[in-house]
Ligand binder design. Structure first.
Ligand SMILES: Cc1ncc(COP(=O)(O)O)c(C=O)c1O
Length: 400
């Protein structure tokens, strides 16, 4: 996105600010659906958790996307955004049977990832078909915190427990209509998906009435110029062929599903923050901004990389900086980054700020969460107001 546009937006809406480019989200959606165009039934379910502003959900609904949700609140947001219940899949982890039943009452596709709840749900609601989240025991993903399909992970039902699933199905008469996996995020190697798909096909074969296979997500997106990313077109070619062969073998046109978050929204997002202070120490030059890990936690949480550019002085002499936040703990966005010379008051732009950035923001240190702006057809729309002091106090009851 054009630097001047971003700078003008900080003048109009102040900083810190999240900006999203609707055009990029739409083009990413078209890229992934295009890559699987050889499969008759394909459904891309946007992972709401990555960026859950209702306008983003509406935008994806307009593209005919489905929605991947993990909480009843995300389901309700999705329904409000215009998704029909059958467009929504609910993949919770560790939630109560009660919440799962409440979501099922809304008509949403349930995806269960443990045997205990499967059995309880099947006994009480044998007529509601459910999808099973399988743990294929594959180590995948860019960081141990986002690698969720390995043997020690809390997610999914182990492939070694498929006989248990079958026993539950027989005993309860419930119907399994989908098989799902999600092994992690930032997976570069398409072989990981291919290996896991073979495992899912093997599991699917063991159930008579499957309608869909959901391959989860985890596509790696580029974080800087020249960075490598998952080759979606190649994955589309290889997986489509295998999927179509499997459908023939199974004797039914199943639906192929994915549930990307990052792939759809990561690159569409920009986080803009103002430099409050430039601090030269004996070893480092820090640029301290009017934000912190309360607004963008990914670097501190799992060492993620966000390219940082000084859009106020793009042609300035490059120098080395550590970009830090104002939180009362170590709060580093990037160390020893080569950035064009920074002065106090400059606006820094953080790239890849669409996925897991605002949606993980908090009020830590009693700070306001930033505003969000959507650029749609060359116009900017404020899609979330900056919080105010009233928001900090909302729901607090004074008893002293
Ligand atoms: C079950 C599930 N599906 C989909 C996603 C989206 O993954 P990504 O943002 O890497 O596309 C996640 C991410 O945590 C997930 O846990």
């Amino acid at each position: 996105m054009n630097r001047n546009t971003l700078l003008n937006l900080t003048k109009k809406y102040d900083s810190p600010l999240y900006v999203y480019d609707a055009g990029k989200i739409i083009s990413q959606y078209n890229t992934i659906t295009g890559a699987f165009s050889k499969v008759k039934n394909v459904k891309i379910n946007y992972a709401a958790k990555s960026l859950s502003n209702i306008n983003i959900l509406k935008l994806l609904n307009q593209q005919k996307s489905g929605l991947d949700t993990v909480s009843i609140q995300e389901v309700k947001l999705g329904l409000l955004a215009g998704f029909t219940p059958k467009d929504i899949i609910y993949t919770p982890n560790g939630v109560s049977l009660k919440e799962i039943e409440d979501v099922a009452k809304l008509g949403v596709q349930i995806n269960i990832d443990n045997l205990s709840i499967l059995e309880q749900f099947g006994q009480k609601h044998p007529t509601i078909p459910v999808c099973i989240r399988i743990n294929p025991h594959i180590m995948a993903g860019g960081n141990s915190n986002i690698s969720v399909g390995h043997i020690d992970s809390k997610f999914g039902i182990s492939i070694h427990q498929v006989p248990h699933i079958k026993r539950v199905v027989e005993n309860t008469n419930m119907n399994i209509n989908g098989i799902h996996m999600h092994t992690g995020s930032d997976i570069l190697d398409i072989d990981t998906f291919i290996r896991a798909s073979d495992i899912l096909f093997d599991v699917a074969k063991q159930f008579d009435d499957i309608d869909f296979i959901d391959f989860g997500s985890g596509f790696k997106v580029p974080y800087k110029e020249g960075d490598i990313s998952t080759d979606i077109d190649e994955l589309g070619k290889q997986l489509s062929k295998r999927f179509n062969e499997f459908c023939k073998e199974y004797g039914k046109d199943l639906t192929l599903m994915f549930e990307p978050g990052k792939f759809l929204v990561s690159e569409a997002g920009y986080f803009l923050a103002k430099v409050n202070v430039v601090k030269q120490t004996t070893s480092t030059v820090f640029a301290g901004i009017d934000s912190g890990f309360n607004h963008l936690i990914r670097p501190m949480m799992y060492n993620s990389y966000h390219q940082i550019e000084n859009i106020s002085n793009p042609k300035g002499r490059p120098r080395y900086y550590s970009i830090v936040g104002y939180i009362c703990e170590t709060d580093t966005f990037g160390s020893n980054r080569r950035i064009s010379e920074i002065s106090e008051g400059d606006i820094l732009c953080f790239k890849n700020a669409g996925a897991y950035c605002f949606s993980m923001a908090s009020n830590y240190n009693s700070r306001f969460r930033p505003a969000e702006v959507l650029i749609l057809d060359n116009k900017d729309y404020l899609i979330r107001k900056r919080e105010t002091f009233e928001d900090i106090l909302r729901n607090q009851e004074i008893c002293i």
